[in-house]
Design a protein around this ligand. Structure first.
Ligand code: AKB
Length: 325
């Protein structure tokens, strides 16, 4: 029902880790021509370029969004363009500009064009050291200590405000660390959980930038995309929350991930040398209560540490054998 209201979709950040895979699944689901992929600078992959429309835009420059919205008759936006936590600490003002001013441009244009729906991702970075770290509740303390986290809390509030005040259907989830085999993440604290797989295949060794006993919530890309699309297609009358759904799948320590990889790559060696990202990781929850998402729109993840590891290694091995890694 809800799916048919979304006819022309714009994905920002489509060259990024989540955007690149999300775009391809959306194209399969809604038709190649109906999903416009956009990026700011990075060259898109051949797969992205050859499967449907692509344009360069900068979400901090309102007119560049407006142009593609008009040209393509956009009615739905997935705003995946963002600066992540680690880069956000190095460049806090850029982080604010992209994540808040950019998102504000997206919301304003969506409101003015009376769009059907907008997806704005939040993150476990919305939480902070005062938040309960285990089984973090849906409603809890939101006092992040990173600029990225500050923008995520503000983004959740802004999204909910636009829903209530302007009747714009804004939806979002608090993503955990996302693990994937197509596009590397750029500039996050949970990036080690992806890099470790690439290095296990390429060099059989990895230096991890958080401590062995650091536990964080993580999710495999197929679940991330399923959750994102399922929320966007959910019946709005069933939703009590809008821009801030907790979303969980698995939690493990960096050491447990190393052990799981070693089951398949016995010669793999991992060292642990924490850097500034350790403090960020320590300020985030270890596990998440996602019962609101399960109840309101039927969220149910498929992958756990074992099945995700197996699938990641299979996919990356295939890329390695083709000389693509
Ligand atoms: C990051 O590490 O910054 C992101 C996130 C958890 O939002 N992957």
């Amino acid at each position: 029902m809800s799916k048919n209201d979304m006819k022309k979709i714009l994905v920002t950040g489509a060259v990024g880790q989540i955007g690149s895979e999300l775009t391809m699944i959306l194209r399969k689901r809604y038709g190649n021509e109906n999903v416009l992929a956009t990026g700011r600078k990075t060259k898109p992959s051949e797969t992205l370029l050859n499967s449907g429309p692509f344009e360069y835009i900068d979400i901090t420059k309102r007119e560049t969004i407006e142009k593609v919205v008009k040209d393509y008759g956009i009615d739905t936006i997935y705003n995946m363009a963002a600066i992540l936590s680690a880069v956000g600490e190095e460049k806090p003002l850029v982080c604010w500009n992209v994540n808040i001013n950019g998102m504000y441009n997206i919301l304003e244009i969506a409101r003015e064009h009376e769009m059907t729906r907008v997806f704005v991702p939040s993150s476990i970075a919305a939480f902070g050291p005062e938040t309960p770290r285990k089984n973090t509740p849906q409603e809890t303390v939101l006092k992040p200590k990173t600029m990225y986290g500050v923008t995520k809390v503000s983004g959740e509030l802004l999204g909910d405000y636009y829903f209530k005040r302007f009747n714009l259907d804004v939806r979002g989830v608090r993503y955990p660390g996302i693990i994937s085999s197509e596009t590397l993440p750029g500039g996050g604290t949970t990036d080690y959980a992806v890099e470790i797989f690439y290095e296990a295949i390429r060099n059989k060794k990895y230096t991890c930038f958080v401590k062995r006993d650091t536990i964080l919530p993580m999710m495999y890309m197929p679940d991330c995309i399923k959750g994102t699309i399922n929320l966007m297609e959910a019946d709005v009358s069933k939703l009590k929350h809008h821009s801030d759904f907790n979303l969980a799948s698995m939690s493990f320590s960096a050491g447990e991930l190393e052990e799981e990889i070693k089951k398949h790559v016995p010669e793999f060696k991992c060292e642990f040398k924490p850097d500034f990202r350790q403090d960020i990781a320590d300020s985030w929850p270890q596990s998440i209560d996602d019962s609101a998402a399960r109840k309101e729109w039927g969220w149910k993840p498929k992958y756990n540490l074992q099945t995700m590891t197996l699938d990641m290694l299979e996919k990356l091995n295939r890329r390695y054998e083709k000389g693509d890694l």
